[in-house]
Ligand binder design. Structure first.
Ligand code: ZN
Length: 397
């Protein structure tokens, strides 16, 4: 049964302000930024599926080589467990928005890990194990994928793409054997840790070298295609939304995403808040709040003020929260994060009784049709363009 949010009077109001997405036979493409009448809340989270320090034995092994761990939160980055994922799923399921839907975490996955048993430096190609295969070396996470699938089935997790490796492979392929960088990386790989970014920013981000250059478009395309195929193998469907590692994406990245079927680009905070389409017909959305209890104390009052201002402007409140905040094997980040997130979501629900929890696909559907679907039905969200300017897209007649 299809349902429409709001009373009949508010529906007629929506009819006035929802822009027609088709006028006659012409599909009109907006050239301005999108505003939403209802408070929309999305959660976006990076780095799922990427291994870090291999639990206590990996930590001890690295310490034995003289690496002084424990000075940076990412020294405690390991990998989520089935219990971490289940605890998160249970917390999200307790929350409800104004249509009784639970919040949904967009989980951005790295879809391959280094195959440490085969990896050496120098190398011509970095051996990788796709996410759909077993974890590499002695890494073990019993039940992890089952826990993820349970959350997806419950509608509280929405998997999306982060990348293939997270780091820039070109930074590694260029290393010489006796270089200090190579020796550090070799130590890490022997302890089944791919890298620790805070100690080696020279490793760069997937599309971006540490000296500030984007990889050529064909290199980006190859990695994105491989990452997207790995994603499909792991989850059984194509990814729809993507967030570039380190938020480093350029026009080549967006073109490659579009060619691989992506329709939503996630962008980091500090940009314009309102979503918009680019020339590839990709919807760009922007994170508003960094919610990272593993890194710093959470000021709930400030975040609630930011949320109210965001809704006032008609922007979706997109909360960024990295996977490390749910890790527990090297340090219990999970317990305080779930407590804080639980409190924050409850406060948002109380202050904004008409709020709607959405994920990236919902935002795209609302932006293109004015409606989105849940398991309960189809809902309308009034949408308008900031400057109300419309153009025909190239090729439209
Ligand atoms: Zn990341």
């Amino acid at each position: 049964m299809n349902r429409i949010v709001g009373s009949s009077s508010s529906i007629s109001k929506q009819a006035q302000i929802v822009n027609p997405f088709r006028i006659g036979s012409n599909f009109l493409r907006p050239t301005r930024k999108l505003k939403f009448e209802r408070p929309l809340v999305a959660l976006q989270s990076d780095d799922w599926g990427r291994v870090g320090i291999c639990d206590r034995q990996g930590w001890d092994r690295l310490r034995a080589t003289g690496i002084n761990l424990g000075t940076h939160p990412y020294d405690f980055y390991s990998l989520e467990t089935a219990d971490d994922v289940t605890a998160l799923r249970e917390m999200l399921k307790k929350h409800r928005d104004s249509i009784r839907r639970s919040p949904c975490l967009v989980m951005n996955f790295i879809t391959a890990n280094i195959d440490f048993e085969k990896a050496t430096i120098p190398c011509r190609e970095i051996p990788l194990r796709p996410l759909s295969a077993d974890l590499p070396g002695s890494w073990s996470r019993p039940g992890l994928f089952e826990s993820l699938r349970a959350g997806i089935a419950d509608g509280v997790f929405y998997p999306a793409l982060h990348g293939l490796t997270h780091f820039c492979s070109r930074s590694v392929l260029g290393l010489e054997q006796r270089e200090a960088k190579a020796e550090l990386l070799q130590k890490l790989w022997e302890a089944e840790t791919p890298y620790i970014y805070s100690r080696m920013p020279w490793i760069g981000y997937e599309n971006y070298t540490s000296d500030g250059r984007f990889l050529p478009g064909h290199d980006q395309m190859a990695a994105i295609k491989r990452a997207a195929d790995n994603f499909q193998e792991a989850f059984g469907f194509r990814a729809f939304s993507a967030c570039a590692p380190g938020y480093r994406a350029n026009c080549d990245t967006h073109a490659s995403w579009a060619r691989s079927g992506f329709r939503v680009a996630q962008n980091g905070p500090g940009h314009p808040l309102l979503p918009h389409f680019d020339k590839h017909e990709i919807l760009h959305v922007y994170r508003v709040i960094d919610f990272e209890p593993s890194h710093s104390a959470i000021d709930l009052d400030r975040l609630l003020r930011v949320a109210s201002e965001c809704f006032r402007r008609g922007a979706p409140l997109i909360i960024s929260i990295h996977s490390i905040n749910f890790h527990s094997t090297l340090k219990d980040f999970r317990t305080p994060t779930l407590q804080m997130l639980n409190v924050f979501l409850s406060a948002l629900e109380r202050r904004h009784p008409d709020l709607l929890y959405v994920h990236d696909r919902d935002l795209y559907d609302i932006a293109t049709s004015g409606t989105y679907r849940t398991t309960e039905g189809t809902y309308a969200v009034a949408t308008e363009y900031a400057h109300n300017v419309w153009l025909k897209p190239a090729g439209a007649h």
